[in-house]
Design a protein around this ligand. Structure first.
Ligand SMILES: NC(=O)c1ccc[n+]([C@@H]2O[C@H](COP(=O)([O-])OP(=O)(O)OC[C@H]3O[C@@H](n4cnc5c(N)ncnc54)[C@H](O)[C@@H]3O)[C@@H](O)[C@H]2O)c1
Length: 436
């Protein structure tokens, strides 16, 4: 089957490469000429483990190609996926649908045959109706079925998530839509991945509900961590104790500096706006958004406290280890590290940082932060070291070397990746989240 993927970012590129790997003929389209040029040269525009090899193998096999020309890319495609960004609209937090609408218009104007148009971007309820209307109004004389197929992959584990999903959600009540989508995902169906057929609106809402629920779980354990600090309990034990209950589950119960990334912050905000528009408030999610926002900067204050308070911290040096919102990605969108660094530099602290993949993206977002070539270079002369993202590279730091290089042996572990007794035995003053 020929598939067109409009938008070749994290989701479009990974989905396109995986569909090609299933044996489909895939054209990835993007209006960013530089991105397409890089892809044609075999260079990846993003860091995602395993992606480069997957793209290369499928390009070599003649199943995957790249273009900026949408009309050419969608020619003959039975399924045309929309995988462009839906960021928060400036000022009000609604999902900005301008990219999705622009693609619908371009597809409607260029399409020369019947096709299924699939919205993979995360979009508010009712967007499928709007995409359908725009395509019809663009003068497209062919039958077009619009389907919702939200994506649940996680950056850093995207290929595995795509190929072994917990479920595939397909939102359509149209027989042709079901048939074409069944064909698109046949290899996964044969692998027994559950496929859930629902209405288009249900599919659209499932994506927001899933992200809001996960963001709630993270925020819940973060607040439990604060409570643990006050009452003298250990949040790791509390998380384990509740996570062993199958009704709760152990995942997303790791206390930390707050959720960030390209999805949870914007999707929780967008859900609030959808709920407001339909006069059906989601108060739990309102509280989650508020708690998470204030938490990120509070983590900066935690580092200041480790330095003896804001007054004592002025002019001191902090090494931040990890900047991306999670490990194994170079994505800096809404990373808690931005707020942590800002809280520190606002207090007159000199910040030096190191991240294995995120420094190029982080640089412009934190101009007052100096970037170091490796973790130990960042640590040199530091009055405190703060672990912000749990990259594997930081899990086994040479603590003796850290102590020799730093001016003071103070470790603030915002991801709880060390055991307090180990770090203290190495002579450090140790601060973590929700533990003694
Ligand atoms: N990143 C994730 O982990 C993730 C996971 C699940 C769902 N999503 C959702 O998937 C969607 C895409 O996210 P992303 O992270 O891949 O975004 P991204 O910003 O990485 O990529 C979007 C791409 O679309 C391109 N684009 C924009 N307008 C275009 C047009 N008219 N024609 C062709 N290309 C165009 C951009 O140049 C860009 O390369 C969003 O709705 C997001 O919420 C993302």
């Amino acid at each position: 089957m020929k598939i067109a993927m409009v938008g070749s970012g994290y989701v479009g590129l990974v989905s396109g490469a995986c569909f090609a790997d299933f044996g489909h003929e895939v054209v990835c389209i993007d209006k960013d000429q530089a991105k397409i040029d890089r892809l044609r040269e075999g260079a990846m525009p993003i860091y995602e483990p395993g992606l480069e090899g997957l793209v290369e193998a499928n390009v070599d096999a003649g199943r995957l190609s790249f273009t900026t020309d949408l009309a050419e890319g969608i020619r003959g495609a039975q399924a045309i996926f929309i995988a462009v960004g839906t960021p928060s609209r400036r000022g009000d937090g609604h999902a900005d649908l301008s990219y999705v609408h622009a693609v619908a218009r371009e597809v409607g104007e260029a399409l020369e045959h019947e096709a299924v148009v699939v919205t993979k971007s995360t979009v508010p309820v009712g967007t499928g109706d709007e995409v359908e209307r725009i395509i019809a109004e663009s003068g497209c004389g062919h039958r077009v079925v619009v389907v919702s197929n939200p994506e649940f992959l996680r950056e850093g584990a995207a290929i595995d998530d795509f190929k072994r999903p917990d479920r595939i959600v397909i939102g359509t009540e149209d027989a042709v839509g079901r048939e074409v989508m069944g064909e698109v995902y046949r290899p996964l169906f044969l692998n027994q991945s559950p496929i859930l057929y629902v209405s288009r609106r249900s599919a659209e809402l499932i994506k927001y509900a899933a992200n809001a629920f996960l963001a709630t779980k993270i925020t819940f354990i973060n607040e439990m961590a604060d409570l643990c600090e006050k009452v003298g309990a250990d949040v790791q034990d509390v998380a384990r104790g509740i996570g062993m209950d199958n009704r709760i589950g152990a995942k997303f119960l790791h206390a930390g500096p707050g959720y960030g990334g390209s999805c949870f912050p914007k999707d929780t905000l967008a859900l609030l706006k959808i709920a407001e528009d339909f006069d059906s408030p989601v108060r739990i999610v309102e509280a989650v958004v508020k708690a998470n926002e204030s938490r990120k900067r509070a983590m900066g204050r935690k580092v200041l406290e480790a330095l003896g308070g804001a007054e004592a911290a002025r002019g001191r040096k902090v090494a931040l280890l990890g900047l991306t919102f999670k490990p194994n990605t170079d994505d800096m969108r809404d990373s808690p590290a931005i707020a942590v660094a800002r809280a520190l530099t606002d207090a007159g602290v000199q910040v030096t940082a190191y991240d294995p993949e995120g420094m190029e993206q982080a640089g412009p977002l934190m101009p007052e932060v100096a970037m170091a070539a490796d973790p130990y270079a960042a640590i040199e002369g530091a009055d405190a070291v703060a672990i912000v993202t749990e990259w594997d590279a930081f899990r086994a730091l040479d603590l003796k070397r850290v102590k020799d290089l730093a001016r003071a042996a103070v470790l603030v572990d915002l991801r709880n990746i060390y055991r307090p007794e180990d770090v203290r035995a190495a002579g450090f003053t140790y601060f973590s989240i929700g533990r003694d």
